[in-house]
Design a protein around this ligand. Sequence first.
Ligand code: ADP
Ligand code: MG
Length: 190
Amino acid sequence: MQPPVREPVTACVALGANLGDARKAVLQTFEALNNLPGTRLKGRSRLYRSAPHEAQGPDFVNAVAQLETSLSAPDLLDALQALEAQAGRERPYVNAPRTLDLDLILYGQSRIDSPRLQVPHPRWRERAFVVLPLADVWPDQVSAQDRARVANQPIEVIPEDKACPFGFVADFAADHQVVTCRALSCGEGR
Ligand code: ADP
Ligand code: MG
């Protein structure tokens, strides 16, 4: 008998880094997410620079990736934690600076409250560095109230060359869907 085929789900992942080459780590992670089994990068936000919020160290580079994935939510979290580990993530203390932090913000309409995974992420609406980039890729999820709640948090868009030096060349439609991603394994025109 064939195993049941899981319907793909739209999931959102918040990316953050403030140690090492944070911008490079975030850009490379878009590609790594696109290469996860049963997963494609559907869209990605602009890059943002934010001051540490309930965290320490230098400014963060933040973004949100929108995925279409057949992975279950726990399997996706495993994959995200493996990518954090590959990027050299260490957890010397709570809210320590990090080479890469990947938080699962939304997994379809699912609500999950297990010891290792809460979805929707319980604090995303308090964080400008999630609210703003999420609005880039999935504006329906973000209300005017959500934006107002985080309006006092310092954050700015990082200008990007279309041809960035990390082998990731992405062109975006106005709605931030990835329309071409030449350096990604998916090829052009997705
Ligand atoms: P934080 O992102 O809160 O600064 P960590 O990245 O170290 O801290 O994550 C701490 C724990 O949060 C992880 O071990 C993970 O099991 C748990 N966790 C719960 N819900 C989520 C979620 N939605 N996304 C990512 N991690 C989560
Ligand atoms: Mg995290």
